[in-house]
Design a protein around this ligand. Structure first.
Ligand code: TA6
Length: 277
């Protein structure tokens, strides 16, 4: 049984998006006649686990915290594994909301803060997809968080893909457990790749066979995570097909390289815009 999903469309450009309320995950984004997101053929859409593909939102922790207020939370937090509510909707835009009332008792116990997330997803007049996450502290004490939009981009063949905009950044290489400086103006994935590039000020783009297929504008999401599981994807029960790594690349806009504090009664909005030339 598939969790409730709904579609958005921009009548000017004909672009469409489909969003699952489970995890507020954009599971399809079609513009200029092409699907731009990778969705695993084995993705669970029934609410039993985070959706493998599309744009799962990560909050309040990226990865697993070994200590601190997020240490009991599952990998990548609870935002992608709970049912969100539509609180505003038009033909081309929607707002989905998550508060502690929407969480399981377990999740509330793991992260006992009062918060509100309002996730605004819209398709612009030129067909661009804008995802803006408004984070509000409705508690009487501050909390710290990390957040990220875990975007799985669909590509024809990973061997022809290059990611632009990362040159000169000192990044954390989680595969080789080291920190190093990006020397390439155009970064290729040639094996398992799992990197956190902090404070990326340039516009990040994805090229395939020397043609730009995606431009990723970010606001408040200064870090960029680059991930491709390579053949390791065959070890993931919800990753399909087995060679699916060849047709995806995760270029993820995030605020993950440090903790971000938000004071009581304060809000902040972070966003990404995906434009496909
Ligand atoms: O964003 C990259 C990453 O943190 C990788 O380390 C890998 O764990 C990936 O996320 C997928 O995580 P998931 O929990 O969705 O299997």
């Amino acid at each position: 049984m598939e969790m409730k999903a709904f579609s958005l469309t921009d009548q000017n450009s004909g672009s469409t998006a489909r969003i699952s309320l489970y995890g507020a995950t954009v599971i399809s984004y079609i513009t200029k006649g092409h699907e731009r997101l990778f969705l695993s053929q084995k993705a669970k859409l029934d609410g039993t686990k985070a959706i493998r593909g599309g744009i799962p939102p990560v909050f309040p922790v990226f990865g697993k915290a070994s200590s601190g207020p997020c240490k009991d939370l599952p990998q990548h937090g609870f935002a992608r594994t709970h049912l969100w509510r539509i609180t505003k909707q038009s033909i081309s835009a929607a707002t989905m909301t998550l508060t502690p009332d929407d969480l399981t008792q377990e999740a509330r116990g793991q992260w006992p803060y009062e918060f509100r997330l309002d996730y605004h997803v819209s398709i612009g007049k030129s067909g661009e997809l804008v995802c803006a996450l408004e984070i509000s502290n409705t508690d009487t004490k501050p909390f710290e968080f990390q957040t990220l939009l875990h975007t799985y981009f669909r590509v024809r063949d990973i061997k022809d893909v290059r990611v632009v905009g990362l040159k000169g950044i000192d990044y954390a290489d989680k595969v080789n457990s080291c920190n190093t400086t990006e020397e390439e103006a155009e970064v290729a994935c040639i094996s398992e790749t799992d990197r956190v590039y902090p404070n990326v000020t340039s516009l990040v783009a994805i090229k395939e066979q020397d043609t730009t297929i995606v431009e990723l504008e970010r606001d408040g999401l200064d870090d960029v995570v680059l991930w491709n599981p390579w053949t390791g994807c065959s070890k993931m029960a919800d990753f399909g097909p087995e060679d699916g790594y060849k047709r995806m690349v995760c270029v993820e806009a995030g605020a993950v390289s440090k903790w971000h504090k938000i004071e009581p009664s304060s809000s902040l909005t972070v966003s990404q815009k995906i434009a496909c030339p």
